[in-house]
Write a protein that binds this ligand. Sequence first.
Ligand SMILES: [Fe+2]
Length: 283
Amino acid sequence: MLLADLHIHLLPGVDDGPTDWEKTNQMLKILAENNVKVVAPTPHVWEQNWQDIEGRHKGLTELMGMAEQYGIKIISAAEVWAIPDLPERWDKVLSLTYAKVGKYLLVEFDFTEMPLYTEWFLFQLRLRGVTPIIAHPERYLWVHGDERNLFRLLANGALLQVSADTLMHTDTPMSKMAWWLLQNGLADFLASDWHNPDSPYPLAFAVQKLKSILSESDLERLVWTVPVKIVLGQNVQPAWHRSPLRPEVQAFISGVEHPTPKRRWWQFLTFWKRKGDGKWRRW
Ligand SMILES: [Fe+2]
């Protein structure tokens, strides 16, 4: 199965990713061995980095050349910390979207508190034609504590990128959340958020694990079809539109607390009827 990885720290010496080109080269080799064909290095863009935004992509051209030897296509992107005055820096924001086409932007939030401006922030991006992609929603404590906060993100048109490294476990609050998002069909795509070659490549691990759980087409959508559409700037139908939780999300968006009426006591009774072959079956 071909893979596309849209959240990875691959540029050397730029953020908390690889420290030098040798490590970057090791990572490229491992990516190629795992059939990864499209990679979007996403250097962190924090408050202090806005003075030198071009510096966040230092080495990107060299990386493109290096990756070509491994048959990997490199796409420009970034992992942008959600700050309230982002719209005021709009001319710089466009250069941080996937492939610089101004269609999709990877954003990360404070892990412990949901910023008060979150919904306004997402709305501002949508207003400018950019679909926000929430990096690793499974890590945010404010999503664990109240699923309505997750629905607020979806209601504002965001896509969800679940990180493969959290799927390597099943017993931590983050990994439980990641599995819950996957099992409920809320994850739009998977990415590695890999930082250095000393740790195993998590996307390959997740694909192996998910092969026995998901159908091939569902798995392919998570690791190839949707990421490629994002890179090409094509429309992506949010996963929650097909999720079993769709009624709950829609009810939340429309302000209705319970989408389905409460069941009456007699609706829990099971009636049996004798069929023509003499066997009893549920009525
Ligand atoms: Fe990251």
